[in-house]
Design a protein around this ligand. Sequence first.
Ligand code: COA
Ligand code: AMP
Length: 633
Amino acid sequence: MSYQDTYQLSIKEPQLFWSQQAAQLPWYTYPKQVLTKNEQGFYRWFEGGKLNTAYMAVDWHIKQGRGAQLALIYDSPVTDTVRRYTYQDLGEEVARLAGLLRQLGVQKGDRVIIYMPMIPEAAFAMLACARLGAVHSVVFGGFAAHELALRIDDALPKLILTASCGIEGDKIIPYKPLVDKALLESSHQPQAVLLYQRPQYTEQLAAPYIDWAEALSGAPLADCVPVDAHDPLYILYTSGTTGKPKGIVRDNGGHAVAMYTSLQHTYGMQPGEVFWAASDLGWAVGHSYIVYAPLILGCTTILFEGKPVKTPNAGTFWRVIDQHKVQVFFTAPTAFRAIKKEDSQGLLHRTYDTSSLRYLFLAGERCDVDTYNWATQLLGVPVIDHWWQTESGHPMLANPIGLEPLPIRPGSAGKPACGFDVRVLREDGQPAAPNEEGLVVVKLPLPPGCLPTLWNDDTRFQEAYMSRFKGFYFTGDGGYRDKDGYVFITGRVDDLINVAGHRLSTAEMEEMVAAHPAVAECAVIGIADPLKGQRPVGLVVLKDGVSISATQLEAELVAKVREDLGAVAFFKNAAVVKRLPKTRSGKILRRVMRKIADGEPFTMPSTIDDPVILEEIKETLASRGIGIAFEAE
Ligand code: COA
Ligand code: AMP
């Protein structure tokens, strides 16, 4: 069937389409209904279905006689290690760890926070939770203590799983001090913290810490616990437009079906093939395309611990593709920009054989045309920009190469994936004309695998996503659709920013900056950055009478954001300004300031209270060389 026919079926007859997909998976009890609404009026998929996601991802393949096939390859240039796990090996690791978690009191529905580096044990931990019907919440290892504390207090985990250290290039990052600090800040305290000692750095442990390896050695194997399709598999916190992150919930049933389908339709994968998503388990990409989708489909997945340029050089990606014969590779454009900066001629690529590769997929931020062209020429395979969010869990726009490869239109993230009725609306809710920029929405119901709600916060779910346009999910992105149906995403229309593929909230950084005793008020804006895509910049108004130098204040604020949020925030500048531009009703005009820094044209907002302030901001940014518009050559 063509893409068009398959897509139309998924939109016009979603129940038929998704029941055909669901029927291919091994449920304990097949769902009684495909699509229903709950008492709040939220859509739910696969009512009455009973399954276990870890069974589908591991045991099922062993039962089908594929236990000897490679399931997971851990490739860690930072520790100079490659470890291979067959499905049989993975089954044993996961069942044993699940047995330990059960001994430690974890039961169906309990939350477990996983705050770990990119090591196989982190993936085992996710699957072990799934095996018990417990709800994991992976916290990106690059987040600092305060971020961890926020998540502990929202998820109320019974256990925290961590490791002695992460390794970033040649730096060892001990995790225990970060967990200790988070536990001092959080009101909730878990029953225990299970810590995996890495040989590169070990810790002395006392309660509530438990040594992972010691405890595991005596643990029994645990069986899979059947769960309802609607039961949560995980919570993944992502930045929202307030200081409090949103707990995106993923259910078991819809998620398994979406993972199984999307890896075939969008990425063109077949069981037994090698898929590599070079991301982190702490992001949605890591959940969906390092762990769940490749394993549920019976592929080999690569868990890569390292960076594209530093470990040991900008040829690392090509080495991994060559060594493990990767067929489809997925990463963020920023990683390619980083490689291009180090090796613009792609000389290191020539020393490897990447002929196993069929496609490169890029997502996480808009793929600029330069990066698209460079990657296409270097690799000699189609480069596919595709668009999704933590909320959707799988691509909403793509080139559906597993159904029918479509001509690539550089700059566009492709056409809607099956189940996603993507529309572009004007502010007043009317459909935008072809090529007219508007707000990108998806007509309800969202397909399986998308967030059913936010953890313990149906109200925020309703307000953040469902209330702006009745009957539509609001994505928070702007964009337009051309006359042939290709959609172009132009960027967030809210205060979220994307720094090196990491989604961050400027509102959260503003809270951190505003907490400084010298700061009267502040705005944090995301400005363009040639390498990272965007980076945050603080604009700060001092309290009357304070006597701190601008340099000292900037250093303190930079340190504070690094300490609270983490180095990934890449918050390097805080400029002191006399006033912030506002509307007459007091709303800070962040978008206009961003346009000034980016050197983009803008129309003076008719509601601005005092246009002179914009000139002052421009002068301040120019004098500091902050922003593409003012950067020194
Ligand atoms: N643990 C601890 N610290 C971390 C970390 C982690 N897991 N990840 C990043 N950091 C630190 C880095 O060490 C760096 O610290 P420094 O300021 O002391 O040097 C800082 O955070 C900034 O990191 P980053 O922005 O990631 O820069 P980088 O040069 O280390 O790496 C990229 C650049 C492009 C390779 C990397 O950002 C990347 O892979 N991005 C893609 C993210 C992604 O996959 N997103 C999902 C969409 S596909
Ligand atoms: P995250 O939830 O971290 O995956 O971030 C989702 C956001 O990243 C989206 O809302 C977009 O703003 C941005 N994004 C992801 N993929 C793309 C893409 N291909 N093109 C443009 N923006 C993207």
